[in-house]
Write a protein that binds this ligand. Structure first.
Ligand SMILES: Cc1cc2nc3c(=O)[nH]c(=O)nc-3n(C[C@H](O)[C@H](O)[C@H](O)COP(=O)(O)O)c2cc1C
Length: 356
C-alpha cells in the first residue's frame, strides 16, 4: 500500500489541492425562516478549512421554495441576502487554502410538505418509501407524479441555485444524486415507475439527471467545478439496493462520465464493503468505468482506512470524523489511534450546541 497518498497534492481541473481530504456535505438544519444557516454553522466550515481539509462541502442546499425541502431549517442560495451570507464564508475557506463546493438537492418524495410553503410533495411516481418520516413519525405522503411542467420547473430551481452559488464565489457545485432524494428517485426503478420518456429503461431514468447537469453546466463558468454525488442506498428504506445490479450501476456511471462534470463522489455505508454481490467495492466498480476524479466516503476514520480507501479513489470525504473532531486532519497526519464515531453521536449536528 502506498502510505502517503492522503497528504499528497491533487490537481482537479485548475485547483491544486494540498491533500486528499474533504469535509463531506452535512445537513445542519440550523436556518431560520430566512434560509440562512446559523453563524456558528458557517464558522464550523471555515474552521475545518483552517484545520487542514482541502475541500469543504456545504450542507445540502434546497433548490426551490415549493417542493424541495425535506427537513426543518434548511438553507437556500436563491436570494441576495442568502448569497451575501455565504460570500464571506467562501472567501474565508479559500483564504485558508481550501476550496468550497455547494451541494444542492431536491428531496422529491422525501420532502416534508409541512416545511414547504406550498405544502406539496412531488416525485417521479406516486409511491412512498416504506419507512415512516423520522422527522414526523408519520408515513410520507403519497407524492404527486411530476408533470413535464414540474420537471422543467425543478430543473430551473437547480439552475437558479447554481447561479446563486456562482455569485457567492463557490469554487464548485455538486448535484446531489444520492441517498434516495429526487435525482436518485428518477434513477432507481424502486421509485421510478413512469411510462413516459423519464421512466423504464436506464436511458429514460437517466434523462432527468442528464437534463439537470446540462442546464446547470451552462450557468457555471468554465473554471468552476461541477460534481455529482451518487449512492446505492437511500436514507429511507436503507436496506434497499437502489440499483438492480452492477451492470445497471456501471451503465449510469458510464453516462455520467460522458457528461461535462469534473468529479464523481460515491457515498457508501462502508468504503470497503463489497457491492452487488461482486468482490469489488463501490469505488472499484466506479473506477472500472471512468478515470474521472473520484471521491469516496463512508466509514473512513483514521490513517489506515484513509490510505486504503485511496487505493481506488483520488479523494476521501469524511462526515462524522470531521464533524466531531476539529483536529481530525492533524490526527490522521500523526497516525493517531482514532475511534470510529457512531451515527447517534452525529445527531449533535442538528442541535444548537456549537461544534468544536
Ligand atoms: C449530520 C449529517 C448530515 C448529513 N447530511 C448530508 C447532506 O446534506 N448531503 C449528503 O450528501 N450527505 C449527508 N450526510 C452523509 C455524509 O456526507 C456521509 O456520506 C456519511 O456521514 C458517511 O460518512 P462518514 O462515515 O465519514 O460519516 C450527512 C451525514 C451526517 C452525519
Amino acid at each position: 500500500m502506498k502510505e502517503n497518498k492522503l497528504f499528497s497534492q491533487f490537481r482537479i481541473k485548475n485547483f491544486n489541492l494540498r491533500n486528499r481530504i474533504g469535509v463531506a456535505p452535512m445537513t445542519r438544519m440550523s436556518a431560520a425562516a430566512d434560509s440562512i444557516p446559523r453563524q456558528d454553522v458557517l464558522d464550523f466550515l471555515v474552521r475545518r478549512a483552517k484545520n487542514g481539509a482541502s475541500i469543504i462541502f456545504t450542507e445540502a442546499i434546497v433548490t426551490d421554495y415549493e417542493s424541495g425541502q425535506g427537513y426543518p431549517g434548511q438553507s437556500r442560495i436563491l436570494t441576495q441576502p442568502q448569497i451575501d451570507a455565504w460570500k464571506p464564508v467562501v472567501e474565508e475557506i479559500q483564504k485558508q487554502g481550501a476550496i468550497a463546493i455547494m451541494q444542492m438537492f431536491h428531496c422529491g418524495r422525501m420532502a416534508g410538505p409541512e416545511v414547504n410553503p406550498v405544502n406539496r410533495s412531488i416525485a417521479p411516481s406516486p409511491i412512498t418509501p416504506k419507512q415512516d418520516n423520522p422527522m414526523t413519525g408519520a408515513p410520507y405522503p403519497v407524492p404527486e407524479a411530476m408533470s413535464r411542467f414540474d420537471i422543467d420547473h425543478v430543473i430551473t430551481g437547480f439552475v437558479e441555485t447554481a447561479k446563486g452559488a456562482v455569485e457567492a464565489g463557490f469554487d464548485g457545485i455538486e448535484i446531489h444524486g444520492a441517498h434516495g432524494y429526487l435525482i436518485n428517485q428518477f434513477l432507481s426503478s424502486y421509485s421510478n415507475r413512469r411510462t413516459d420518456s423519464y421512466g423504464g429503461s436506464v436511458e429514460n431514468r437517466y434523462r432527468f439527471v442528464h437534463q439537470v447537469i446540462q442546464a446547470v453546466r451552462k450557468v457555471i463558468p468554465e473554471d468552476r467545478l461541477l460534481t455529482v454525488r451518487i449512492s446505492n442506498w437511500g436514507v429511507a428504506d436503507m436496506e434497499v439496493s437502489l440499483f438492480d445490479s452492477k451492470a445497471e450501476y456501471q451503465e449510469i456511471i458510464r453516462r455520467l462520465a460522458n457528461e461535462p462534470i469534473d468529479a464523481i463522489s460515491v457515498s457508501t455505508y462502508g468504503y470497503n464493503e463489497k457491492a452487488f454481490g461482486t468482490d469489488k467495492n463501490m469505488a472499484q466498480l466506479t473506477r472500472e468505468i471512468t478515470d474521472l476524479p473520484l471521491m469516496i466516503c463512508g466509514g473512513i476514520y483514521d490513517r489506515a482506512s484513509g490510505e486504503e480507501a485511496l487505493q481506488d479513489a483520488d479523494i476521501i470525504l469524511s462526515g462524522k470524523s470531521l464533524l466531531l473532531n476539529p483536529n481530525w486532519v492533524e490526527d490522521v497526519l500523526a497516525n493517531k489511534t482514532l475511534n470510529r464515531y457512531k451515527s447517534e453521536e452525529a445527531d449533535i449536528a442538528y442541535t444548537e450546541e456549537p461544534l468544536p
